[in-house]
Design a protein around this ligand. Structure first.
Ligand SMILES: CC(C)(COP(=O)(O)OP(=O)(O)OC[C@H]1O[C@@H](n2cnc3c(N)ncnc32)[C@H](O)[C@@H]1OP(=O)(O)O)[C@@H](O)C(=O)NCCC(=O)NCCS
Length: 174
């Protein structure tokens, strides 16, 4: 569950990051049921149905870390960003945007906002992130948000890929 604040809200120049609500299920399922989104994620179900969105939302209260819905004032929900703990207990940032919203700088803006929250309110000093090597756009997002490559590359499965693929680890220090 979200430490420190029960319902944190992060406001950036164009976006609002807020806690997910049960009423987000339909929109999440619509945007997430896209193979080009799911194959870049290591733990997103594929195919992604309404029941997957409902399970994601139902798990929120008991989840370590914190997820945010990324909202645009005119467009509504455009994606999700969140922190979980990796196998080594390190806080890890992940995110995805619905395809209509790619290419506007939203992921970079949301990642920067989420990192400010993680450092200031969640009091984390180091955050990791990982991207598949065939996802240079996410590498760009992470570099622009201030992450650096650690040199660690791990073969990582994704439900939307036939076999594990190499993933690069990055780190951000507050
Ligand atoms: C990756 C993703 C989050 C990017 O979102 P976005 O809002 O379009 O990202 P931004 O606009 O903030 O930044 C993308 C950057 O990557 C660059 N880029 C895009 N495609 C690229 C490519 N094939 N090679 C190199 N750079 C690329 C863009 O030019 C941009 O950089 P710039 O601002 O310097 O021009 C989005 O495409 C997405 O959700 N994809 C599916 C899920 C995913 O990959 N999640 C991340 C898992 S690690």
């Amino acid at each position: 569950m979200c430490a420190i604040e029960i319902q944190p809200v992060v406001t950036t120049e164009r976006l609002v990051l807020r806690r997910p609500r049960l009423s987000d299920a339909k929109r999440i399922a619509e945007l997430a049921n896209d193979h080009d989104v799911a194959r870049m994620m290591s733990s997103m179900p594929w195919p992604y149905g309404l029941s997957d969105a409902e399970a994601f939302l139902a798990a929120q209260d008991d989840k370590p870390g914190c997820d945010f819905v990324i909202e645009h004032p005119a467009e509504g929900m455009v994606g999700v960003a969140g922190f979980k703990f990796d196998a080594l207990g390190r806080p890890e940032l992940g995110y995805w945007l619905g395809r209509p919203y790619w290419g506007h700088g939203f992921a970079t803006e949301a990642a920067r906002g989420a990192l400010v929250w993680a450092a200031k309110d969640w009091r984390k000093r180091a955050i990791i992130a990982r991207h598949f090597t065939d996802n240079p756009a996410s590498g760009e997002v992470l570099c622009k948000a201030g992450f650096l490559y650690t040199g660690e590359v791990t073969l990582t499965p994704s439900p939307a890929r036939p076999e594990p693929a190499p993933c690069r680890t990055m780190v951000w220090l507050a």
